[in-house]
Ligand binder design. Structure first.
Ligand code: CP
Length: 335
């Protein structure tokens, strides 16, 4: 495996196989598997889970890692082409990335959406340009404009761990946040659940529908795996019989790149906060998932996060486990 950039690049069977490797590494640890190997990490955006779990996972397999967060102890990095670099950025990715990749055996990059041009973000223009600069090395996407495959893999494992049926009802629900957040996690969670074969419902207010190309892609995955994908703004209809509520904040797609219009659209939506009564008509065993970080009592109430339905900490821990499988497959098995 040379690239782990989008879970959609893998068949359902390949994902299941990767999760089996993750389980094998839990049961039979391989603390020297990647001895002498180096992971290079480039984070253009903040992180707790991804940064810590990538470094911890590499260590547990016997390898080591370095981290560059441009502008924090290193030069600010320019990503645009053809600009005169007379501002804050002293280094361009066209030099910085190949230099970094020459120091390591595998690279991970986090670069969130630019958030101004929806088509450019859907096409992963910025991330793909960076990927080309490290074409000679394996690459892991640590969250790009529309994809967060490590999170999706951990979420799939979490549902397996807690016994959510393959065909269970998975409700991806928009929840409130004071400002627009990127589409990477909701679009990847949508696709992951469709690929798993689930009955996926996207629950969102008007103005926040996920872009048609992402919905279409998920519908194709569902068709291949026996699942289905639908969307609604009717909470009661969506949550009926749900086995998972996957809460996520994202920006108004009807006003992409327009902060003022986005703010106007979300101004009256602060009641989209997951509370215990959201579970009144779900399956009795319904669980609450969220990728974290989460703002308490804006997106999800304390009563849910601190209650028995929440599996958010398990999801976060599974990041470590599944990423070790990705690193192992890339660097040890080289298949
Ligand atoms: N879920 C997730 O990717 O968390 P971080 O932003 O902390 O890495």
């Amino acid at each position: 495996m040379k690239r782990f950039c989008d879970l959609a690049d893998f068949s359902r069977e390949e994902v299941v196989d990767l999760l089996q490797l993750a389980q094998r590494l839990v049961q039979h640890p391989e603390p020297q598997a990647l001895a002498g190997k180096v992971l290079g990490l480039l984070f253009f955006n903040n992180s707790l889970r991804t940064l810590a779990s990538m470094q911890a996972g590499m260590s547990k397999l016997g390898g080591s890692s370095f981290v560059i967060t441009p502008g924090n102890g290193t030069y600010r990095m320019e990503t645009r082409l053809g600009v005169a670099m007379d501002g804050d950025a002293a280094e361009h990715i066209r030099e910085g990335l190949p230099v970094m990749s020459s120091f390591c055996d595998v690279m991970g990059i986090r670069a969130f959406a630019d958030g101004r041009n929806l088509d450019a973000d859907i096409n992963e223009t910025a991330f793909n340009a960076m990927a080309e600069l490290v074409a000679d090395k394996p690459l892991i996407n640590l969250e790009s404009a529309m994809s967060h495959p490590c999170q999706a893999l951990a979420d799939w494992k979490t549902m397996d761990d807690i016994g959510v049926p393959r065909t269970g009802r998975f409700v991806l629900s928009w929840v409130w946040h004071p400002r627009a957040l990127p589409l990477a996690v909701p679009s990847t969670a949508l696709h992951m659940a469709a690929q798993r074969g689930m009955d996926v419902v996207v629950l969102r207010p008007e103005g926040f529908a996920l872009p048609a190309p992402l919905m279409d892609k998920a519908r194709r995955a569902a068709a291949a795996s026996g699942g289905r994908v639908s969307e609604t703004s009717d909470r009661r209809e969506a949550l009926q019989g749900a086995q998972v509520i996957y809460a996520k904040e994202w920006g108004a797609t009807a006003a992409y790149g327009d902060a003022q219009a986005d703010a106007a659209l979300r101004a009256s939506l602060s009641h989209w906060c997951v509370r215990n009564d959201w579970f009144d008509h779900t399956d009795p065993a319904c669980r609450l998932m969220h990728c974290l970080p989460v703002r308490r009592n804006t997106a999800i109430a304390d009563e849910v996060l601190d209650g028995p339905r929440s599996v958010v900490l398990r999801e976060a821990h599974n990041r470590l486990i599944v990423q070790m499988a990705v690193l192992h497959r890339m660097l040890k098995e080289a298949r």
